[in-house]
Design a binder for this molecule. Structure first.
Ligand code: GDP
Length: 439
């Protein structure tokens, strides 16, 4: 998703950066190129028009043109404008104090609704809720079975009812949640191939019966700009609160995501990118905009990292990590966690320019395994006190691991850099911990 837009924009900016001072013509031609890139990414033409107008106006101010780093400021303007297109402020799921909260999912058949329902339940479960999934798609054969399978996989109870009346099943589901102390009910409704009268009438009836706190429309990112039309048609009949955009892992050009908010007024609240239970994420416009511009998404990465339960990390390692006093055993432990987070590739792609590095094959996944072999070739004392690793010890370790001394030096360099980085990150981590505590 966004790959080719991202490449195009980064190409345009590297051209600008090589120029130093910028003239009005430079801005004009950059804006023309950005306009083309957005149109080719399938962004709604009216959205593109207002984007370019606003970006150009801001770029031609003295503040940008006369600054010492005009190209950087142009990039900042484009970043702001992209963030605005994607929805600006984070649109959060609003849960009320009512128990149970009811979330209703609507959308066309095949949009990924059933999958999203289950993944949303999983996400809420991870936040300490006890969700209930309610299967109201009585038309698509096997829809309830699919939800049941997903629910079982994610450890979430599914209410199926036994009749053919979706409105009744929804109401019974809420009653079941009350009786069984579930605090969030997620209602999966039936989709149709197109937005039609039957689907609308049924969605309205379910809405009336269970008065959802939140209605989310699931749209398929692969349908491009058409998601805007579907969402608009839907909103005319059944007012909904936000969008779950599915299949963000596909090669969609991104036009739908970039047009949706401005055209329909509905924010993207979640994105789904894959088949795994944890592949539904809260959507953050600012982080996505940074990703598109190749600035990385370190915050999301840190969040993934912090999802790893503290008790999964060796207690002693955790303690030494907190004091930024790692030894090489801790380094091995950290490596294990990196694998759990999806490997080096995922880690690198969260960093600025990381997606490019991945694409150009600069990332060597096997480096982690080599590092492990090298550390395993050290004595216990060497692992606990890496400072004693002099030249002759390093030569012995290299022989034992079947690598060169440079490889050993490389691991030591990485280890020292990690230690340094952890020391630098300490204040930020502590601030994050403090922030969390306050919620
Ligand atoms: P529904 O008809 O709207 O309930 O759609 P489903 O939940 O059955 O999804 C339709 C198809 O899309 C299924 O094959 C899902 O596995 C697939 N799917 C759903 N979400 C995603 C996603 O985020 N990424 C990918 N790659 N596939 C998805």
């Amino acid at each position: 998703m966004f790959d080719s837009l991202s490449d195009r924009l980064q190409g345009i900016f590297s051209g600008l950066k090589s120029k130093g001072r910028l003239t009005e013509q430079d801005i004009d031609s950059a804006m023309r190129e950005i306009r083309m890139a957005l149109l080719e990414a399938d962004v709604n033409f009216k959205v593109v028009k207002s984007f370019i107008r606003s970006a150009k106006e801001r770029c031609l101010t003295a503040e940008v043109m006369d600054s010492l780093t005009p190209a950087q400021n142009v990039i900042k303007v484009v970043l702001d404008e992209l963030t605005r297109l994607l929805g600006e402020n984070d649109a959060k799921l609003t849960l009320s104090s009512r128990i149970p909260n009811v979330i209703m999912l609507v959308g066309l058949q095949g949009s990924g609704k059933t999958t999203a329902a289950a993944k949303l339940a999983y996400l809420l479960k991870g936040k300490g809720h006890s969700p209930l999934l309610v299967a109201c798609d009585v038309y698509r054969p096997a829809a309830a079975d699919q939800l049941q399978t997903l629910g079982d996989e994610m450890g979430v109870k599914v209410y199926r009812g036994d009749g053919q009346d979706p409105v009744k099943i929804a109401s019974e589901g809420v009653r079941f949640a009350i009786d069984n102390l579930r605090d969030v009910v997620i209602v999966d409704t039936a989709g149709r191939l197109h937005v039609d009268e039957d689907m609308m009438a049924e969605a309205e009836a379910i809405k009336e019966a269970v008065t959802p706190d939140e209605i989310l429309m699931v749209v398929d990112a692969m349908t491009g700009q058409d998601v805007v039309n579907v969402a608009q048609a839907f909103a005319e009949r059944v007012e909904f609160d936000g969008v779950i955009m599915s299949k963000m892992d596909g090669d969609a050009r991104g036009g739908g995501a970039l047009s949706l908010k401005q055209v329909t007024g509905k924010p993207i609240k979640f994105i789904s990118a894959g088949e795994k239970p944890d592949s539904l994420e809260e959507f953050h416009p600012d982080r996505m905009a940074k990703r598109i511009l190749g600035m990385g998404d370190v915050i999301s990465f840190i969040e993934t990292a912090s999802k790893i339960r503290a008790d999964e990390i060796e207690a002693e390692t955790a303690e030494r990590m907190q004091r930024a006093q790692l030894n090489l055993n801790d380094f091995l432990e950290m490596k294990k966690q990196v694998k759990k987070m999806g490997g080096v590739s995922k880690l690198i792609s969260a960093l600025p320019g990381g997606d490019k590095a991945m694409a150009s094959g600069q990332v060597d996944e096997s480096a982690l395994d080599r590092m492990e072999t090298i550390i395993f070739s050290m004595t216990k004392k060497e692992r606990e006190h890496p400072d004693i690793l002099n030249g002759s010890r390093r030569a012995r370790i290299a022989r034992g691991a079947g690598v060169t001394v440079q490889d050993v030096n490389q691991v030591m360099k990485q280890y020292n850099e990690t230690k340094k980085m952890m020391r630098k990150m300490m204040p930020a981590m502590e601030a994050m911990e403090g922030g969390r505590g306050k919620k």
